[in-house]
Design a protein around this ligand. Structure first.
Ligand SMILES: *[C@@H]1O[C@H](CO)[C@@H](O)[C@H](O)[C@H]1NC(C)=O
Length: 353
């Protein structure tokens, strides 16, 4: 993307922010623009997107850039440096879909980024996966965009606004009455909440006509990164927090079919099982699908690495808190290896040219 386009799209983001907050934080300062320009001359970079600062702090050999180690913009800090000798720009998203989408969008519009690595921890919906395991899903979906059906209608009835293409019955629904505890006349009694139907996201590509919407539910990670990730499955992970507290089995790195994200913390076994049965979901989190959707729209390759830190109500909170540091450690370990592998490969490609 040219600098002009970058600045223009940034202008729009800022106008949007201003109109919401009515704060006259009108311009991106010329010093900041110069620094961005300087940094971009040394690019491209691997973008590192993490939900919390601890995932960067745990990364012991993150070496800051000698003259411009960080750039602050729109409440975000973009950290420039190297990880495993690879040039990176890292940003902390904060919690949930809006924050992670925004942070990723800013990263991609301000800087010269060739690919995005997103890593962190997650809940788990897959009975074959344990706390401490590190998952790399092939697909991500946002499972929090719903069409809530009126009481009395069922799967054969059209949804509100379905006929003009805004909504669809393609991805299925959750029927609340299936989870009714009360029983009436020998069968579960229906309740007024009826069905919610899962909806694909509306995306706008950077290529082609602006404002031309497309729908997407499953966002695949980059094909090439996914095959590179196969090599991560050999990593030996930590099993013990200290000399006395260990997981029952050694955790593993696994590529799985899919992960799902939404603006909800799932600590509910019934919903967790539904997410696995319906969407074959393994990691459940609140950010990855937003990162995926933004990367998809910006045509930037991405991969997500999420270590399981809790079983989404399948584990006790004591268990989760005991092993959450181990999960973080394992996520960082796999992320490090991915960065090293991608650099190795980049150098091989360069040498071949
Ligand atoms: C090991 O970690 C557990 C859980 O954090 C703690 O309860 C225990 O005291 C620790 N043991 C040692 C030897 O540090």
């Amino acid at each position: 993307m040219s600098m002009v386009v970058r600045i223009l799209s940034l202008g729009w983001v800022m106008m949007m922010i201003m109109s919401i907050t009515n704060v006259a934080d009108a311009d991106i300062s010329s010093t900041l623009l110069e620094n961005i320009d300087e940094i971009n001359k040394e690019g491209p970079y691997l973008g590192i997107v993490v939900p919390k600062l601890k995932f960067l702090l745990q990364f012991s050999n993150f070496l800051p850039h000698a003259t411009i180690p960080q750039l602050d913009y729109a409440g975000r800090r973009f950290r420039v440096g190297t990880m495993e000798n690879r040039k990176v720009i890292a940003v902390v998203t904060g919690n949930s879909m809006l924050n992670s989408g925004l942070a990723t969008q800013l990263l991609l519009n301000l800087f010269k980024i060739e690919g995005v690595l997103h890593y962190g921890v997650a809940g788990n919906a897959n009975p074959e996966i344990q706390i401490g395991d590190v998952t790399i899903p092939h697909y991500w979906a946002h499972t929090g965009l719903w069409n809530w059906q009126r009481f009395g209608d069922g799967p054969d009835d059209e949804l509100a606004f379905e006929s003009n293409g805004d909504y669809t019955r393609k991805y299925g629904y959750l029927k609340f009455s299936d989870y009714e505890v009360g029983v009436l006349n020998g069968k579960n009694s229906d309740n007024l909440l009826n069905n919610v139907w899962y909806q694909p996201e509306e995306i706008y590509s950077t290529e082609g006509e602006p404002e031309n919407r497309q729908h997407i539910f499953w966002v695949p990670i980059n094909k090439h990164y996914y095959s590179l990730a196969k090599k991560l499955e050999d990593i030996v992970l930590e099993r013990c927090v200290n000399s006395t507290t260990c997981l029952p089995q050694t955790p593993k790195v696994v590529r799985v079919r899919s992960g799902v994200s939404a603006n909800m913390l799932v600590d509910n076994a019934a919903y967790r099982d539904f997410l696995h049965t319906k969407f074959k979901a393994t990691p459940i989190d609140m950010e990855s699908a937003a990162v995926a959707l933004v990367c998809r729209q910006q045509k930037t390759p991405f991969i997500v690495i999420r270590a399981i830190s809790d079983l989404a109500s399948g584990s006790s909170s004591i268990e989760s808190s005991t092993f959450s540091s181990l999960a973080t450690q394992n996520a960082v370990k796999v992320a490090r290896k991915f960065i090293a592998l991608s650099l190795e490969e980049m150098l091989t490609l360069d040498a071949a040219q």
